[in-house]
Design a protein around this ligand. Sequence first.
Ligand SMILES: CC(C)(COP(=O)(O)OP(=O)(O)OC[C@H]1O[C@@H](n2cnc3c(N)ncnc32)[C@H](O)[C@@H]1OP(=O)(O)O)[C@@H](O)C(=O)NCCC(=O)NCCS
Length: 167
Amino acid sequence: MSVRPADDADAAALLAYKRRPQCQAYVARTVDTLDETRALIADRLSQPDSLLCAVVLDGQVVGDIGGRTYRPESLGPEPAVHDFYLGYTINPDHWHQGLASAATALLITALHDAGIRRIVAKTFAENAASIRVLTKNAFRLEGTERCAVLGRDGRWLDDCTLAHLAE
Ligand SMILES: CC(C)(COP(=O)(O)OP(=O)(O)OC[C@H]1O[C@@H](n2cnc3c(N)ncnc32)[C@H](O)[C@@H]1OP(=O)(O)O)[C@@H](O)C(=O)NCCC(=O)NCCS
């Protein structure tokens, strides 16, 4: 498994899994067409604070991982560091193979090496696989906002914040 920057040529591969209901349940910006997927990739590539990587297995794109940098809050001086919001999706045909865990491990190292101080992942309490990916990678649960987000099925979901700090 490897991770590399995604580009427009990955749109069809991303769409193949991102359109599946299992991949949309907990995701804010979903895509259902090739045009929407190309627009999503173009948006990410055009935003300097954004990162979108393809997760590649045996030459095939089987997932994506990325997010965006942001300035931590400050009570005064402009922080001299950046933090990062992390997100990922793996093709359900390749779930339970350790891919999200391995891709997250790679990104943690790369982001901290690049000077990112704090990596934050927001995930819903009932998304057990995602929470496991994070806790396996030494993210710590920092808090849970109860019934904070309205889910696609009309239920209010508990929203968890987990984070990984640079040493
Ligand atoms: C979350 C997701 C990326 C996990 O991908 P994955 O490649 O299957 O994850 P991994 O194989 O690395 O490992 C997942 C861990 O969670 C566990 N797990 C998987 N499904 C689980 C479930 N339903 N309940 C509890 N644990 C689960 C696995 O056993 C594994 O832990 P282990 O190594 O201790 O056995 C994948 O389910 C996904 O794409 N979901 C849809 C998109 C999404 O929700 N993204 C996160 C938004 S914040």
